[in-house]
Design a protein around this ligand. Structure first.
Ligand SMILES: O=c1ccn([C@@H]2O[C@H](COP(=O)(O)O)[C@@H](O)[C@H]2O)c(=O)[nH]1
Length: 231
């Protein structure tokens, strides 16, 4: 499986369609998040799905089990390849999300956002490092029956050891020297992949490039040959 999913973080449907077209045949899929979904809804998702790349719906649901289950059920007919919920929503909520999803969808739990560091966790009253919190939430996710987690590349090797057959989505990925923006726990695509990432989520380094297709080719070229063979 090609691990590169391009984050189409724009409210502009025409721009999203154009980038999805540019990266077709080079990316493993596209990721649609809150910015896109709030602006374009289900109709927008269907437009992007016409491009025939697998669609990852990154809506990061976090609510009581009944509400999350109903939200996931309302989207189940779209059969996204991947769907996110917040692992901190608890075991019951995670299990309810999995039960409501299409069997074709991998449900993954966001552990600690890649835009947060230890100081941010402390400010929110969470003790320990991001790695400690990712470990706790990975346990919870595994016990709940969902398919995997979202974590940074800094934690993915440990998470893979903890959950060998888990599915690991890694955002906060930056080619050497690229602008990190608001991301705080960042690794290179090659590092994330060799440490066990199943999917690399990459947005601005591709969508902000003058030539998104070339940006993906450049990233693929940084992966070592055995990993590159998967792209
Ligand atoms: O912990 C998380 C969870 C999700 N994301 C999402 O990934 C992309 C990253 O975009 P870049 O432009 O490559 O920074 C974005 O859609 C986030 O919502 C994340 O970054 N971290």
């Amino acid at each position: 499986m090609n691990p590169i999913f391009v984050a189409l973080d724009t409210p502009d449907i025409h721009r999203a369609v154009a980038i999805a077209r540019d990266v077709r045949g080079l990316a493993g899929g596209v990721k649609l998040g809150l910015e896109f979904f709030c602006a374009n809804g289900e109709e927008g998702v269907l437009r992007i799905a016409e491009g025939e790349l697998p669609v990852f719906l990154d809506l990061k649901f976090h609510d009581i089990p009944n509400t999350v289950a109903k939200a996931v059920a309302a989207l189940a007919h779209l059969e996204p390849a991947i769907l996110t919920v917040h692992a901190a929503g608890g075991r019951e909520m995670l299990a309810a999300a999995k039960a409501a999803a299409s069997p074709k969808t991998k449900v993954v739990g966001v552990t600690v956002l890649t835009s947060l560091d230890a100081a941010d966790l402390a400010a929110a009253g969470i003790s320990g490092s991001p790695a400690d919190q990712v470990k706790r939430l990975t346990d919870l996710a595994q016990q709940s029956g969902i398919d995997g987690i979202v974590c940074s590349g800094e934690e993915v090797a440990a998470a893979k050891k903890q959950w060998p057959d888990g599915f690991f989505v890694v955002p906060g990925v930056r080619p050497e020297g690229a602008d990190v923006g608001d991301q705080k726990r960042v690794v290179t695509p090659a590092q994330a992949l060799s440490d066990g990432a199943s999917v690399l989520v990459i947005g601005r380094p591709i969508t902000g490039a003058p030539n998104p297709a070339q940006a993906i080719r450049d990233i693929a070229g940084t992966l070592n040959s055995s990993e590159e063979a998967r792209v």
